[in-house]
Design a protein around this ligand. Structure first.
Ligand code: UGC
Ligand code: NI
Length: 163
């Protein structure tokens, strides 16, 4: 079976696929009488001409490593952000699009204080918490289209523990 070893999530490595959301380092601005740092406008949200932004709460079952990756999906009509409502790391899977199928998947593990925003039409694994609670705020497109395309790998991947 093909194997994947997750890397720590960084904005640079994730940039071709989306945005990493974290309040690390110096804030872009101080607000609220200097008592709050604002890390301003850190995601490229996209809901298309006929959709609107929605915030949902996902309560996902935690998974364990090694994890069997047998499917990726994408949302052709909009972006999708996963914001953890906890401080637990979660697994992030993305894959390149070779026209007719996803390929060369990559695995990342967040540091517990990061969220992510997949850009429109990016192949990704479903929300994959690694600990309980698997509770996330999800910002994505609300609209009339299915906005979901799944791809089941004929040969699944096994995602191992990070080295
Ligand atoms: N289907 C759904 O709402 N969630 C997935 O898109 C996912 O990425 O987990
Ligand atoms: Ni999704």
């Amino acid at each position: 079976m093909q194997t994947l070893t997750p890397s720590p999530l960084t904005q640079a490595a994730f940039a071709p696929f989306g945005d990493v959301l974290e309040g690390a380092g110096t804030p872009d601005k101080l607000i609220n009488q200097g008592l709050c740092g604002r890390f301003h406008d850190r995601a490229r949200l996209d809901f298309g001409p006929d959709g609107r932004a929605g915030i949902s709460i996902f309560d996902a079952q935690p998974r364990a490593l090694p994890y069997l990756l047998d499917m990726v999906e994408r949302h052709p009509d909009g972006s999708q952000a996963f914001i953890p409502m906890h401080e637990q790391p979660f697994l992030v899977i993305v894959a390149h699009d070779l026209g007719d199928a996803p390929a060369n998947p990559l695995a990342f593990i967040t540091n517990g204080a990061q969220g992510i925003n997949f850009h429109r039409n990016i192949w990704h694994g479903v929300l994959t918490p690694l600990a309980s609670p698997g509770r996330f705020a999800v910002i994505d497109r609300i609209g009339d289209t299915p906005n979901l395309q799944e791809y089941w790998f004929t040969a699944p991947w096994q995602v191992h523990h990070p080295v």
